[in-house]
Design a protein around this ligand. Structure first.
Ligand SMILES: Cc1cc2nc3c(=O)[nH]c(=O)nc-3n(C[C@H](O)[C@H](O)[C@H](O)COP(=O)(O)OP(=O)(O)OC[C@H]3O[C@@H](n4cnc5c(N)ncnc54)[C@H](O)[C@@H]3O)c2cc1C
Ligand code: SF4
Length: 345
């Protein structure tokens, strides 16, 4: 790990005034300047929240910023507030553990509490923040290795598509087959969350679903975070939906999923009025299963309709050489999440 300066920010303004670089920009610049691996970018400042992903990137020599700005002690960004009509507002520094343990979130935004409660391990959830979780970089093993100068790091080729792609995408995987790493994002997209971004120039807000971008929009980044911007809030409307998240993986703990699904259902008189079904570990972005969503409208949630919706959810999947096993896994996660959400009284 190379040496860097450390700065504490007490306010969001202090953090944005330090004109932070995004990690995506830094990885591409560093990688281009030596054609492989990182170099020290002159005056590159990077934001640090819980530091779980950032430290991995530093230790693996994938980035070498000259300065880290620690935002962990900005108390205004570590709040959970809820009011009728306003809905739920989460500061980006709220930890995954705080979300998982929050009684109102468990009851009203169940998919989010469930998703956060299954991320990594208890000690990681105590340190990891929601904002950092949404912005963690992909887990593709070629991307995480300094030995492979791949497309996402500004290089000439993808190594996973013709190589070892066991954990990679089965949708939208023609150019870069990462899967979106954030489990919280899957639940938040299903719940219709928006994201607030603040910089020295002002504030912008958008549906979280539109914040994430696929390889066809920009192969070097997973979202539209710009240099100088800070996530300052995640907002979820005051929903009347029932929701659930089911994560399936090789291990119960200490690992990302191989397939997960979040659903949010608006029910009336025993019938589904509106469904959101989002697949995780399936595509470079949280993947909306739109055919399955449309199929459920006007129907009750039964074993038969849940099975049919789960089949439709995987419609159009194009597995690579080593990951067709994900199709039945994601179907099972979808079916179980639908039955779980549909059975809540
Ligand atoms: C063994 C293991 C298993 C894991 N399993 C899972 C899993 O199943 N699901 C899952 O989702 N994750 C999993 N993770 C990843 C972990 O949850 C994330 O690394 C963590 O949530 C990142 O949060 P952080 O606060 O530590 O972010 P940091 O590492 O501090 O930051 C991450 C990125 O976000 C930027 N950043 C942070 N906050 C802001 C902000 N407010 N505004 C602008 N930029 C910001 C930083 O500059 C950096 O680029 C796992 C990790 C490990 C080690
Ligand atoms: S899947 Fe994406 S991140 Fe992985 S090697 Fe290919 S281009 Fe790089």
């Amino acid at each position: 790990m190379k040496r860097f300066q450390w700065r504490e920010a007490e306010t969001a303004e202090e953090a944005t005034n330090s004109t932070p670089t995004t990690v995506a920009d830094l990885m591409v610049t560093g990688s281009r300047s030596n054609q492989r691996g990182s170099t020290r970018a002159p005056h590159a400042t990077v934001i640090k929240a819980g530091g779980i992903d950032l430290l991995d990137l530093l230790k693996d020599n994938l980035i070498a910023p000259s300065e880290l700005v620690n935002i962990r002690s900005i108390s205004s960004l570590n709040q959970i507030s809820y009011a009728k009509r306003q809905g739920l507002i989460l500061g980006p520094l709220v930890t995954l553990a705080a979300i998982a343990e929050h009684k109102l979130i468990q009851k009203q935004y169940t998919a989010l509490a469930e998703a956060c409660s299954h991320i990594a391990t208890p000690n990681i959830r105590n340190a990891a923040t929601l904002g950092g979780n949404l912005l963690q970089r992909p887990r593709c093993w070629y991307f995480r290795s300094n030995d492979f100068h791949c497309l996402r790091k500004g290089g000439p080729e993808c190594f996973a598509i013709p190589g070892d792609n066991k954990y990679h995408a089965i949708f939208d995987n023609e150019h870069c087959a990462i899967v979106h790493p954030s489990t919280a994002a899957i639940a938040l997209v299903a719940l219709g969350a928006t994201i607030e971004l603040t910089s020295a120039k002002g504030r912008r807000e958008m549906p979280l679903e539109n914040f994430f971008i696929g390889p066809n929009q920009d192969i070097e980044r997973e979202n539209t975070l710009a240099a100088g911007e800070l996530i300052t809030a995640i907002k979820i409307p005051d929903v009347e939906t029932r929701s659930a998240h089911v994560k399936l993986g090789e291990k119960d703990s200490f690992d990302w999923s191989v397939g997960d699904c979040a659903v949010s259902l608006l029910m009336a008189n025993g019938l589904c009025k509106k469904a959101s079904i989002v697949l995780g570990a399936a595509a470079p972005t949280p993947w909306r299963a739109k055919k399955a969503e449309a199929f459920l409208v006007g129907k009750p949630i039964t074993m038969d309709t849940a099975k049919e919706a789960a089949t439709l959810a995987l419609h159009g999947a194009k597995p690579l050489a080593h990951n067709a096993y994900k199709i039945p896994i994601l179907q099972a996660a979808t079916r179980r999440a639908l039955l779980q959400a549909g059975s809540v009284s």
